[in-house]
Design a protein around this ligand. Structure first.
Ligand SMILES: O=C(O)CCC(=O)C(=O)O
Ligand SMILES: [Fe+2]
Length: 232
């Protein structure tokens, strides 16, 4: 679903929990979204809550892969927190070279849909570990009456999914990931960070100019149960 103004964002978000925005600045999106969500200040963010993600380092330092030229496997943001911010806005400010740093989106529901009862039991027991901080969190969890997910596999995060489930997830990701090749400068996406995973392909060499402006928010708890969420 695509929108080119901030007024339609809510309606679009309320349908499947993800929306592509065309030429809508973060400030316009925030003007609407702040009616029901509060900006979450990421440690890397400026005083307004925006993080400008660009190629800053030669090497993918654990925990800072976003700031390297490396690909970022599909993930949710702030996965180590007990209750991560549940709304994510990423706006492409500088697109970078063709076919590099392409944003990707994946709906975790696609995976749940192919999980049988045994898989689900296994999934309910699975967690991800941040080896830097020692934080361990369940991949699938319930909060505010809503079924949510978190996911991360780039270092320092590891997941204890069984081999079978990892394979299943990988196949589903291969088949159902949206590659947002058509995003131009000032296009972006707004997604529920507890339902949709996001990532990007390899950016290329260090020195490549590519900038994504990220803002994370927390949706008012009373409202979260009225918009889409994972089901099983
Ligand atoms: O570079 C991108 O497209 C996304 C970056 C990202 O998701 C992150 O740093 O967490
Ligand atoms: Fe991210």
């Amino acid at each position: 679903m695509e929108v080119d103004n901030s007024t339609d964002v809510m309606q679009a978000l309320a349908m499947i929990g993800a929306v592509i925005t065309r030429g809508v600045p973060t400030s316009d999106l925030l003007a609407k979204l702040q009616e029901f969500a509060k900006v979450y200040h990421h440690p890397h963010a400026n005083e307004h809550g925006q993080t400008f993600i660009s190629v800053k380092t030669n090497q993918a330092t654990p925990g800072l892969v976003g700031f390297s030229a490396e690909p970022l496997p599909l993930h949710t943001d702030r996965a180590s927190l007990p209750e991560p911010p549940n709304l994510l806005i990423n706006v492409v400010r500088e697109r970078g070279p063709a076919n590099q740093g392409i944003p990707q989106l994946y709906n975790f529901q696609q995976f749940l849909d192919i999980c049988d009862l045994e898989d689900l039991e296994q999934l309910n027991r699975s967690s991800i570990l941040n080896s830097l901080t020692g934080d361990k969190q369940a991949i699938l969890f319930r909060n505010e009456e809503v079924l949510k997910c978190r996911f991360r596999i780039d270092t320092p995060w590891t997941t204890d999914l069984t081999r079978d489930l990892r394979e299943k997830l990988r196949h589903s990701m291969d088949d159902n990931t949206f590659h947002l090749t058509e995003l131009r400068n000032n296009d972006g996406y707004v997604i529920l960070n507890d339902m949709w995973l996001h990532g990007r392909t390899q950016i290329g060499r260090t020195g490549t100019i590519r900038v994504v402006e990220r803002t994370l928010l927390r949706i008012n708890p009373q409202l979260r149960s009225h918009i889409p969420s994972l089901t099983k």
